[in-house]
Design a protein around this ligand. Structure first.
Ligand code: FE
Length: 210
């Protein structure tokens, strides 16, 4: 598939994004990361590109409480779009699988290299400097505090954090061990260290120590 095809797909997907923590720039970053991993791991690049562009098209609906699971809903919507724009029929199932399993839910396992790559690239975007930026953007959207030393982070993340800093402890710092590919693990390691450094500094500034 040529660049023009994916450009059409990109444009088709853009109208679904309306929240700044899951907007078209998230898709763009995941696209670049996924391509980098796909090339290093010798994956089917067309499947990876299509899966990335469509993986979060139902995400805003989930965040707005209109649906339960954006992965399942997004997969359904993606099938229609891919059919309509003439994506090779024999590869549509592979793209759909990537979208269905991209969020590491219980009972959902990435069976293909391409699905593993989408999971990895999507997860890399929640750590590092970009990941931190997204935590605070999301925190502002939900109107939770940046930090509150009186509220300790939960041992086990239950899908909701009370402060942005706690979200970093409860989710962002726990992502490192969950990557599928060697390439992503390498990138994650470095990003993880940056998040730790950022937190240490933020907590010192919070107390007026630096
Ligand atoms: Fe995503």
């Amino acid at each position: 598939m040529d660049d023009a095809f994916f450009e059409t797909l990109r444009q088709r997907s853009e109208k679904f994004f309306r929240l700044s923590h899951h907007d078209k720039s998230h898709v763009e970053r995941v696209y670049n990361l996924a391509l980098r991993i796909a090339r290093e791991e010798n994956a089917d690049v067309d499947v990876v590109k299509a899966a990335v562009l469509l993986h979060d098209i139902a995400r805003a609906m989930e965040d707005e409480g209109k649906i339960d699971d954006h992965a399942a809903e997004g997969a359904k919507m993606a099938r229609e779009i891919l059919d309509e724009i003439g994506f090779p029929k024999e590869k549509i199932g592979e793209v759909i699988h990537c979208i269905e399993v991209h969020r590491f839910r219980k009972g959902m396992k990435a069976e293909t290299l391409e699905a593993k790559i989408l999971q990895d690239a999507d997860r890399l975007d929640i750590i590092g400097a970009v990941g931190i930026a997204r935590v605070f953007t999301r925190g502002g959207w939900s109107n939770i505090p940046i930090h509150d030393p009186a509220i300790k982070p939960k041992e086990r993340y239950d899908g909701k954090s009370e402060t942005s800093v706690n979200h970093i402890y409860e989710k962002i710092l726990k992502v490192k061990g969950t990557f599928n590919t060697e390439t992503a693990r390498r990138i994650a390691e470095e990003r993880h260290e940056f998040v730790k450094t950022f937190l240490e500094r933020l907590l010192k500034e919070w107390k007026g120590e630096i």
